[in-house]
Design a protein around this ligand. Structure first.
Ligand code: DQA
Length: 144
């Protein structure tokens, strides 16, 4: 059976392509997925986006549905103790991605509450960060 990677995008990432394109680019995530999936034909890349904290937690808690997760919690990365608690409670490889370089932006974006509960963080490499995270999961055999 194919390994499954669950991508989870948080608030406002459903607006990629329209939202501040000078920061986040002009592609929607669906358009990006069309390019990403064929690069990994042996991996099942699942995608979930929500603007609602509890829905993100519910998705993360379904650990039997995926082998690794790639998360961009957007604004919740800086605020959500609840999602950080979920990440600590699950025994899965999780990589955090940010499209923009949060360290080169406002001070409030530099605190990543969820990052310490993840394996690592990729920030500032645009949408390529997701592909790099997929490669990391494969190279490390989905082991957290
Ligand atoms: C983001 C960075 C966050 O600070 C911001 O709230 C987002 C997107 C990124 O991918 O660069 O919504 O996570």
């Amino acid at each position: 059976m194919a390994n499954k990677i669950q991508i989870i995008n948080g608030p406002n990432l459903n607006m990629l392509g329209q939202r501040e394109p000078e920061i986040y680019g002009s592609l929607s995530f669906e358009q990006y997925l069309e390019k990403l999936r064929p690069k990994f034909p042996d991996i099942d890349i699942l995608y979930f986006q929500s603007n609602v904290e509890g829905e993100i937690i519910n998705c993360l808690q379904k650990v039997n549905d995926y082998d690794a997760a790639i998360i961009n919690l957007a604004g919740y990365s800086h605020t959500s103790i609840s999602i950080a608690d979920t990440l600590k409670a699950i025994d899965k490889l999780v990589v955090e991605v940010h499209i923009s370089n949060v360290h080169a932006r406002e001070e409030f974006r530099q605190k990543l509450i969820t990052a310490s509960a993840c394996k690592g963080v990729i920030t500032g490499l645009g949408l390529d960060g997701y592909e790099l995270a997929v490669r990391y999961c494969i190279q490390n055999n989905f082991a957290g």
